[in-house]
Design a protein. Structure first.
Length: 59
């Protein structure tokens, strides 16, 4: 098994994301959670700029 797994649904020569298969799962999970928490404010900002709001924001 290769150490790095490519995370892409398309067969291409350039991988979009590489996952280290030897890293403990808790480290992978924490890294993914950190990236999601970091990206959420940016995505909310984009949504607010185009006038797209969730039902919770309208309350």
């Amino acid at each position: 098994m290769d150490r790095y797994m490519t995370m892409t649904g398309i067969d291409c020569t350039i991988a979009s994301l590489l996952i280290d298969a030897e890293v403990p799962l808790d480290v992978l999970h924490e890294t993914a959670a950190y990236r999601i928490r970091t990206a959420m404010p940016l995505l909310e900002c984009f949504a607010a700029d185009v006038g797209v709001y969730s039902k919770q924001a309208r309350v």
